[in-house]
Design a protein around this ligand. Sequence first.
Ligand code: SF4
Length: 703
Amino acid sequence: MQNTEIKTTCSYCGVGCGIIVKNDSKNGVTVTGDKNHPVNRGMLCSKGMNLHYVVNDTSDRILYPEMRWSRSHPKERVSWDAALDRAAAVFSSIIKKHGPDSVGFYISGQCLTEEYYLVNKLVKGFLKTNNIDTNSRLCMSSAVAGYKKTFGEDSVPIAYADIELADTFLITGANPAFCHPILFRRLEQHKEKNPKTKIIVVDPRRTDSAMAADLHLQIFPGTDIILYHAIGRRLIEKGFVDFDFIGNHTENFSAYKDLVMGSSYEKASKLCGVSVDDIHTAADIIGKAKGFISMWAMGLNQSAIGVDKNTALLNLSLITGQIGKPGSGPFSLTGQPNAMGGREVGGMANLLAVHKELNNPEHRKEVADFWGIDAISEKPGLTATEMFDALESGKMKAIWIICTNPMVSLPDARRAEKALQNAKFVVVQDISHNADTAKFADVLLPAAGWLEKEGTMTNSERRISYLPKGINAPGEALSDVEILLAFAKKMKFSGFNFNNTEAVYKEYCLMTKGTNIDVSYLNYSRLKNEGTFQWPVPDYGHPGTPRLFADRKFFTPSQKAIFNIPTSIENTSEPPSDQYPFILTTGRIRDQWHTMTKTGKVSRLMTHTPSPVLEINPIDAYKSKIKNGDIVVVSSKNGEVRVKAKVTDTIKEGVLFLPMHWGKQLDNDLNRTNNLTNTIVDPISKEPDFKYTTVAVTKYVKP
Ligand code: SF4
């Protein structure tokens, strides 16, 4: 495949930028931004710009299947047949002895839609367990639950094009300047052209996004709902309320009004750590907006009260009627390139494909009938952290991990490590030996990476794009679809007679017919020839749907949006104590992606932040006798890390920040932030509470 040029989509974040890839014998693969792509219009961020380094450097790649017969033996090269025979034999024997729920699959928001669909069909339909979850559980499951509670279904209402039509933005619990850079660049360009555009940022850190804002509300972690309710009260008091929209298109406003009118600005100011004036200013800006967009990400989702935070924020769009109109609406930002596609095909333990629910008997029957099987188990599947708990306790015996690195990304990572050590059988299907998780594999399967396989993805704005295969995978690596089909064959499952990836997509598209995410008229040919589409695409000539709810009809039984009352207004995480007086919040840095298995091999991406650094406020540093550049030990109930301190007033007093990317280095795990994080999850979404762990910090003293 030499001297080719193809159009594809960036494999990093959920923005979904268009990329032109050239491949020639002289330079190998090179990338440039696609000027005609509706998302990025030629722009790429530092990560996207350097994607070719990742593709051209195959030094870390898993090139052929490997297997070990016992934990005391090293892995050795085997054939695909031998590896999959063993996987099938061990999974069959464990299921026979301990039942289907003794096995599980842990997959990824980086899987393509076809892979996501196929593995869910295989596990929920044929292995007869619902123990399949995705690392997207760690990123956006609270947003999914929030949308469902408010709109009746998981539905991101707006499009990137709405950015250029809005005049007011509330960015809360997100740092798009680093994590969704091209989207943020579009916002900056819009503000440059329209200086009256207002940006409000809510964040305990003065991030690069906050620095570009007109107003930064530097709240204490966990106080988001209190702030939104205070803003809600001010909107109602000042008459910034769309009564027509509320009366005709929403339910439960009076309960919401009673709740927020009973709140106190002074109390909110004290608890949130921002002034009453700033709360009023934020509300007044939102209230006067012609087009109001809220944007959020992990800062809201990764919380013990993540779902309540989401619904409390969505209420602000409902009060003001700022939804379903050009330039307005709530907009959750997805972190991974195909987190949205995974949601469409039922990629989480509690979901079924096409936005059906596992706990709904009719939905289970519809999907079972479509797949031609007798039934889908009614037993709820284990979520990401629950699966690792079950491995640790011995309730689950085997796990198959695809395209994700839980040994770095799960909370309380040392415990997660013990869980994998305790597992009877671990299959890891991935591209890189660098992933810490690969070391735990009994069977290691080499997967094809970006550009080495075809398939589709959906970005944050529901935009589906087709990714062609551009180059051959190295060694014996196969696409995830090929691996899953080969395993299904070994298991002698019917229903997997797909000739290729396109056939898998066809089956999924057919399943969407008549649903709210209908793409039954979409196919590879249209995606290749006509470009990207935002779902739903319910007809052959349909151009796709940039904006949902234009008719103000929501997906609830009454077609009205619901004002939700939070179960808990105040944070339910473990509060700071004398022993652990600081709140640690974790997040991403500009040039790294997830657990660095790809960005970590690009030297120019390592220069921005070469090693993990703890951000600490000057007052806290002074009290703790820590100076800028000191090595410090951060400890929590679960573990410790040893990193350099960066004393900075960009972080709120009492709060510390660590990047989440680093894993074990040279078998030393003291770089791994998730040694510290707590195991609390939101009770509805089961998303971990990464943004609030109580810790202590001291200067490191050499023993
Ligand atoms: Fe890739 Fe996201 Fe950067 Fe776009 S913004 S180039 S999708 S990492």
